[in-house]
Each structure stands twice: as structure tokens, then as C-alpha cells.
Design a protein around this ligand. Structure first.
Ligand code: C5P
Length: 407
């Protein structure tokens, strides 16, 4: 649970959109104000059908902002000032319609305009009918918004006002208060501010000819999560990613590449850096002389593919020299004798830390959401419990921060 003391003196701009859950936003205003938060509210036209401007005004003890075109609203408080004078924007309830407008970058009313004009953190509390929430359009909009750094709380499972059951209920006011405290806590915890990091992620594709390639099963989930976790701690992150199905993580610069050689070039272009984390599953070999003509089946013997070794990005970045990042972290995916192989790999590659994991069939690591890893450093091995890849990433980013802050 985040410490609520962090809330005192903070300014929240609360956008209330048109959903039945809007009545809970009145309670949210009270719970925030009890904790010393200044709440200013924007009510959409549909929102005003569910709660009255008078209630919102009485609870915030401020004007309720409603109309993009109202001269009074614009002269007293332009939409830019509304977001400038807030520390956080909270959308509760966030309806399917408002999420769609946010995802599309629309600015067709005051709520959408402040959300587009802001550079402050945004937290949404979705609330809608279960089928609207589960619709591919809403899911895609939400994923896009999250990839751009929008935070989300809920929706919760339960019986809804429309008598259906499932995810769609807006999070309870105290859960939203908790999430808001969490956002402020994360914002103030930036031990890697001023540090530059390079993270490699995903597979590489090595062409055989213009239409075929050699690849592997890496999903990029772990590497992308590490990039996001380092960025959340304030690092300036360049993610060098092979082809994956993942959205670009929030707050990172992303270089999309295909081959190992392109990955190395992108990493070298991102130097100097303080931190390098090589989580990509780089192809060890590429096809020698992959040409620009498609190989043809001509009834004769199948073509023999001659392979040549790819550059080792981790070993290259680990090489002593002026441009070597202070902390280089590699991964070792093994299928048995994990610790022995990984310890040997740390020495062979010349990196500082190795994150070792067992990728034997049945562990579900490749493409799965969980990971069981061991962190191998000069002074020994730390074995972590099985946890989601996001949690592994957060713990690794915290270990990196401790390395630099000496705590
Ligand atoms: O040699 P192996 O593939 O087992 O080593 C794994 C580690 O080395 C990972 O951190 C991976 O990202 C990195 N690696 C690399 N370039 C290569 C091969 C592996 O950076 N060509």
C-alpha cells in the first residue's frame, strides 16, 4: 500500500465522463480532499447527465469546467492552464467513448482537449458494460494508451448496473485513491534519473533470401519489460528490438531492427550509456551470402546453407574501453545445469551480471508470462522466486539502481 502522506498538497484534475459509475467519482473527490488533494473537475456533457455540476462544484469547492467553447471557461481557465496546473489527470469513469477519443488523439470537447494537451501523468479508471470492455476496439485502444504511458486502475469484476456480470465495474474510490498515491510514489522514485540505458530485446531475423529468414521463439516480453522498468526509474532508455508483436514500451526510444548486425549497429549508435542489458535472443549465425534473389526449387538437390557467425553484442559491449557501459548485464537461457553454464558465460562474455533462467520445454518461459531467474554477480548468486516477467524486470531495475546509488 502506498503511503497516503504523499497525496497532501497534490493537484488532481478529475475528468468525469458519462457513465453510471460517475456517482462514485463524487465519493472519490471527498476521499482525495480528506487527504489534502486539491481536486478540480472537468465534466463531459454525458457526465453531466449522471451527476450534477452543482454536486461536483460543491464537493471540489471550485468551478466545474465543462465547455471548450464557453468564453468564461476559456478566459478564466484555458484548457492548457487546466492541465498545467495539475500534477495528475485522472479519468473516472473512463468510458469506452472517451478512451477511443483519447487513443485517436481527438480534441472535440474540453475533456478530450485537456487530455491531448497535457504532459502530466494520466490515470484512467475504465467503467462500462462487460462486452464494451471486452470489445477488440476497446482493448486495442486501452493497449495503445498504456503503451503511451497512460496508467490504468480496474475495471473490476462484478455485477454491473446493467445486471450483467464480468469486468467493467469502475474501481472503488479508495482503490483509485491508492492508485493515485502509487503514481505519485513512482514519480518521486527516480534513482536512475540522468543515467542512460541500452536494452536489447526480442529475436533477430536472419535472411536466407529476400523472402525467407531464420528466427527463434523469443517473444521480447522480458526485454521490453526491463526497458519499461528502467525508464520508470528515470533512466533514459534506448530499446533495440528485433521483430516482436509487442507495443513499444512507454517512455523509451525504440530502434526497430531485424538482424544481429543491425542490432549491434543500433547499440553502438546509442553509446555512451551507463547501463546495457542484453535480453535479446540474437541468432548465433546468419546465412552466408544471403542474396537478393529468391532461392528456387529446381528439382535438384536442396540448397546447402552456409552459415557464418554473427557478432556477439553482449561480448562487444562488455569489452573494456572508454565506451564500455559501467554495468553490462547479459542473459543466459539454459536447459540444464543453469548455474554452472551461466557462471561460465559471465566470465566468457566479460559482462558484470548474468540473469540466468531455465528454458527447458515445460517451464513455459519462452513466450510465457512468468520467469524463474537467478542473478549471478561477482559476489555470488541470488535465486528469485517464479514471478511475472514484469516483476522480474522491476526487481532487476531496482538492483541496477542500487548498484548506482550504492544502497
Ligand atoms: O551465447 P548465448 O546466446 O548463450 O548468450 C546469451 C547472452 O548473450 C544474452 O544476453 C544475449 O542477449 C547475448 N547475445 C548477444 N549477441 C549474440 C548472442 C548472444 O548479445 N550474438
Amino acid at each position: 500500500m502506498a503511503d497516503h502522506a504523499i497525496l497532501a498538497g497534490k493537484r488532481v484534475l478529475l475528468v468525469i465522463a458519462g457513465g453510471i459509475a460517475a456517482y462514485k467519482s463524487l465519493e472519490l473527490i471527498r476521499r482525495l480532499r480528506e487527504r489534502g488533494v486539491t481536486v478540480r473537475a472537468v465534466l463531459t456533457e454525458a457526465g453531466a447527465r449522471f451527476v450534477t455540476p452543482l454536486s461536483v462544484q460543491a464537493l471540489t469547492e471550485d468551478t466545474v469546467y465543462r465547455d471548450l467553447w464557453s468564453l468564461t471557461d476559456e478566459s478564466e481557465m484555458g484548457h492548457i492552464r487546466l492541465s498545467r496546473e495539475a500534477d495528475l489527470l485522472v479519468v473516472a469513469p473512463a468510458t469506452a467513448n472517451l478512451l477511443a477519443r483519447m487513443a485517436a488523439g481527438m480534441a472535440d470537447d474540453l475533456a478530450a482537449t485537456v487530455l491531448l494537451a497535457t504532459d502530466k501523468p494520466v490515470l484512467v479508471a475504465p467503467a462500462m458494460n462487460v462486452r464494451m470492455w471486452q470489445h477488440a476496439a476497446t482493448q486495442a485502444n486501452m493497449a495503445l494508451l498504456e503503451s503511451r504511458g497512460v496508467r490504468r486502475i480496474g475495471p473490476n469484476d462484478g455485477v454491473m448496473a446493467c445486471n450483467e456480470y464480468g469486468p467493467g465495474r469502475m474501481a472503488e474510490p479508495m482503490e483509485i485513491v491508492e492508485a493515485i498515491a502509487g503514481v505519485f510514489a513512482a514519480e518521486s522514485h527516480r534513482p536512475l534519473a540522468g543515467r542512460r540505458a541500452i536494452v536489447t530485446s526480442g529475436p533477430t531475423h536472419e535472411p536466407i533470401d529476400p523472402v525467407r529468414y531464420i528466427a527463434n521463439r523469443s517473444s521480447g516480453k522480458q526485454g521490453h519489460a526491463i526497458a519499461a522498468a528502467l525508464a520508470a526509474l528515470g533512466a533514459e532508455v534506448t530499446l533495440v528490438s528485433g521483430p516482436t508483436r509487442l507495443p513499444d514500451p512507454a517512455g523509451c526510444r525504440v530502434a526497430h531492427i531485424e538482424t544481429a548486425r543491425e542490432m549491434l549497429a543500433a547499440c553502438e549508435a546509442a553509446l555512451p550509456a551507463d547501463i546495457a542489458v542484453c535480453a535479446a535472443a540474437v541468432a548465433d549465425w546468419r546465412v552466408d551470402g544471403a542474396g537478393d534473389r529468391k532461392l528456387k526449387k529446381d528439382g535438384g538437390a536442396p540448397p546447402a546453407l552456409a552459415l557464418t557467425e554473427n557478432p556477439d553484442i553482449l561480448a562487444t559491449l562488455s569489452r573494456p574501453g572508454e565506451r564500455r557501459p559501467a554495468l553490462v548485464v547479459g542473459f543466459a537461457a539454459e536447459t540444464g545445469d543453469v548455474l554452472a553454464y551461466a557462471t561460465a558465460k559471465r566470465a566468457r562474455k566479460g559482462c558484470d551480471w548474468i540473469v540466468a533462467n531455465d528454458v527447458s520445454p515445460g517451464t513455459g518461459t519462452f513466450g510465457g508470462s512468468d520467469n524463474t531467474v537467478h542473478l549471478i554477480r561477482a559476489d555470488g548468486v541470488e535465486s528469485w522466486p517464479t514471478m511475472p516477467k514484469d516483476a522480474v524486470a522491476t526487481r532487476l531495475a531496482e538492483a541496477v539502481a542500487e548498484y548506482f546509488t550504492g544502497k
